[in-house]
Design a protein around this ligand. Structure first.
Ligand SMILES: Cc1cc2nc3c(=O)[nH]c(=O)nc-3n(C[C@H](O)[C@H](O)[C@H](O)COP(=O)(O)OP(=O)(O)OC[C@H]3O[C@@H](n4cnc5c(N)ncnc54)[C@H](O)[C@@H]3O)c2cc1C
Length: 392
């Protein structure tokens, strides 16, 4: 049975996370307007809060699954502010990739670093099987030699290392693509730029060049140098990363959308509009009715995220559900934040409030980790039983 009721223990953890999230929110506008500044790892006012992970000590078997809790935690933190929170947090997308594709020894060795993940290239985004970056083994020195470019690398400036996708044999197509761990400071690894962005500005987005970059042979994640017979064997391994990160990206967007809903509910109340789920549509003002529709959209999207995480907690496949929640949330958060701006009128567009920022911040939910169009393709293939070649 699926049950998302929280235990008292879990509720206490989430309450603490939300209190701390408000500290991040107090810095949100500053780092939105000062994109070149990096927020400090520790915010002074956050010093009184115990580290989130320590709140997990003493968990009981009946407590909520860790996957589900991590989605609620993520949403709770980004409800404060996405990019200030990201900037302060340890770990990045590359850490999820390391957990999905690395051997236990590799996870032990690099798990403590903040790792970015670099797949996208100037000519390759939605279809990662078109990765052009190459990795050639130099048997004489037992090193991989990497050559190519990566763009739009989240946390790419701040990260201590990166998981990059490169092909060891272009003629093998998807099967030739492997992931490698490159630490900052590796010879030939250059951070070549930092993007200026629409939203999530406190979190840096980098461009990389790998110019005959040399890394040890053991930095191939998973350690398997051979090209699998089955065309998608190795590729499928690295794609597993997304089953863990897509629900998280959806949760991030929904945390921001919830902040927008809370702001709008207060603004409506101040304007004398009471939002009550009880009375039927005929008894509501148009504004209250629209607000309730947006709130219901949020709830529906959040349930899809929790379901994907719950399946992962149960050790069940969640490839389909990960794409469903990413597609659902990507569209929902855009409608919710835009709807909130429409409901509150001009103050929704004013930089005196964070609503216009949240509207900009959520846009990325439907872009990275696979766009909405790509999620819908994956969903259709799963439901209809088509392969990549039959539906693309
Ligand atoms: C702020 C930001 C942070 C990012 N962080 C990272 C990161 O950390 N690591 C990383 O590797 N990448 C990152 N990306 C890149 C992101 O994953 C890509 O932008 C995304 O995958 C889309 O690729 P593309 O931009 O090349 O678009 P394209 O693949 O060129 O797609 C362009 C448009 O065509 C649509 N489209 C493509 N193929 C199909 C199809 N078969 N059917 C229907 N429609 C289709 C897409 O949905 C999109 O709307 C980031 C991007 C941004 C903006």
């Amino acid at each position: 049975m699926i049950d998302f009721m929280l235990t008292t223990n879990d509720q206490k953890i989430l309450d603490a996370v939300r209190r701390e999230a408000l500290v991040c929110r107090s810095y949100a506008r500053h780092y939105d307007e000062h994109e070149d500044e990096f927020p400090p790892d520790e915010l002074p006012e956050a010093g009184d809060f115990p580290p989130t992970m320590s709140l997990f000590a003493g968990r009981e078997p009946e407590d909520t699954g860790l996957g589900v809790m991590s989605m609620l935690l993520t949403a709770g933190q980004t409800w404060g502010d996405y990019s200030v929170r990201m900037r302060r947090g340890k770990g990045g997308l590359g850490n999820a990739a390391l957990r999905a594709a690395g051997t236990p020894e590799q996870q032990q060795k690099w798990g403590g670093l903040t790792l970015a993940m670099a797949i996208t290239e100037p000519g390759c985004g939605s279809d990662p099987s078109r990765v052009q970056m190459t990795a050639v083994l130099d048997e004489a020195t037992d090193e991989w030699v990497l050559n190519g470019e990566k763009i739009f690398v989240t946390t790419g400036c701040r990260a201590q290392g990166v998981v990059v996708w490169a092909t060891i044999d272009k003629s093998a197509g998807r099967a030739g693509i492997k992931s490698f761990l490159v630490e900052k400071g590796a010879p030939g690894f250059i951070v070549s730029g930092k993007e200026k962005k629409l939203g999530i500005r406190a979190d840096d987005t980098a461009a990389y060049v790998f110019d005959n970059c040399r890394i040890p042979r053991g930095n191939l994640l998973g350690g398997k140098e051979e090209i699998p017979q089955e065309s998608s064997g190795g590729f499928r391994g690295v794609m597993k990363t997304f089953n863990m990160t897509r629900p998280a990206v959806a949760g991030i967007g929904l945390g921001i959308a919830e902040a927008a809903l809370d702001f709008t509910r207060d603004a409506l109340r101040e304007a004398g509009i009471q939002v009550e789920p009880g009375p039927g549509i005929a008894a509501q003002s148009a504004a209250a009715q629209r607000f309730l529709e947006l709130e219901a959209l949020y709830e529906a999207a959040m349930l899809t995220v929790l379901r994907a995480a719950w399946l992962s907690d149960q050790g069940q496949p969640n490839n389909l559900e990960s794409s469903i929640c990413k597609a659902k949330a990507g569209a929902a958060v855009r409608e919710i934040t835009q709807g909130c701006i429409e409901l509150v009128g001009p103050m929704g567009a004013s930089r005196e409030h964070l609503l216009e920022k949240w509207f900009r911040d959520v846009r990325i939910t439907d872009i990275y980790e696979g766009t909405g169009e790509i999620q819908r393709l994956i969903i259709a293939r799963n439901i209809l039983g088509y392969g990549r070649e039959e539906l693309k």
